[in-house]
Design a protein around this ligand. Structure first.
Ligand code: NAD
Length: 258
């Protein structure tokens, strides 16, 4: 019999309709998890259900993850449908390539709310449930190599994205130390460039040129496939990572080692 690593575990995954979140939902389902999947795009979530292992063990909550009402709906759905919450994957996020001199106050709020406030709201919502459980729980946040370096892209600054991803490292450390004694592990994954919809033609008219440039600067000579990042999230969420909390797993093809 093949051992499934998330048998009987209930996981909430935000931003599950695309890229890393989608790959994570599929890997978690293959490993026996029951899932509550969120995204802005409900049609794409329904399409995912058609591809996923055991769709009968999945619930879908579409909505903006930066709203308190979405966090509440995710929690209520998990509890009503599956009776508990073992794992929260705070994955939803947006990229931002724009210099500080061009970024409006409204745009600033939008990126902070999507990438950071969403994590505050979801952690605040699920931690009280995890505290009630004998086995605690696990939170995995999506940071980025951009949280470590003052990266530029295409000659423009990604300062705002970088800020949110650095703050996620500190959110992770702070919640991990606060709740370690309660059996709640809080970790994060910091991917390097991964081929998903996050890198769009909106900001990168020469997409092929972009991916070639990425490959040229990676020590491993290529960008990541979303499933390679999903496997990192799976490891941290599983009991195999039982002694890991407060830290970030960098999966960047060696980029930060340069
Ligand atoms: P993606 O664009 O393929 O997927 C992100 C998903 O989040 C989309 O389905 C989108 O609809 C959803 N989403 C966006 N805003 C939302 C909101 N307000 N409410 C609900 N859902 C929302 O991107 P991805 O690359 O898979 O990104 C996933 C995470 O990984 C993000 O946090 C991103 O910052 C991080 N990351 C990505 C890369 C990369 O190179 N792709 C690198 C490092 C970190």
């Amino acid at each position: 019999m093949i051992l499934q690593r998330l048998t009987n575990k209930v996981a909430i995954i935000t931003g599950a309709a695309s890229g890393i979140g989608r790959a994570t939902a599929k890997r978690f389902a293959e490993e026996g998890a029951k899932l509550v999947l969120n995204d802005l795009h409900s049609a794409a979530l329904e399409e995912l259900l058609a591809e996923i292992h055991s769709p009968e063990n999945c619930a879908v909550v579409s909505g903006d993850v930066s709203l308190e009402s979405t966090a509440a709906a995710l929690k209520e759905t998990a509890l009503e449908r599956f009776g508990k919450i073992d794992i929260l994957v705070n994955n939803a996020g947006i990229h931002w390539i724009q210099d500080i001199t061009e970024t409006t106050s409204e745009e600033f709020d939008h990126v902070i709310n999507t990438n950071l406030k969403s994590m505050f709201l979801n952690c605040q919502s699920v931690i009280p449930e995890m505290l009630k459980q004998e086995n605690g729980g696990v939170i995995v946040n999506l940071s980025s190599v951009s949280g470590y370096v003052g990266q530029e892209m295409l000659g423009k600054s990604t300062f705002l994205y970088n800020m949110t991803k650095a703050a996620i490292l500190q959110l992770t450390r702070s919640l991990a130390t606060r709740y370690a004694k309660d059996g709640i592990r809080v970790t994060c994954v910091a991917p390097g460039v991964t081929k998903t919809n996050q890198i769009t033609t909106e900001h990168t008219p020469d997409l092929d040129g972009f991916w070639q440039a990425v490959e040229a600067v990676q020590p491993l000579g290529r960008y990541a496939d979303p499933v390679e990042i999903a496997n990192c999230i799976l490891f941290l969420a599983s009991d195999e990572a039982s002694y890991i909390t407060g830290t970030s797993l960098v999966a960047d093809g060696g980029y930060l080692a340069l």
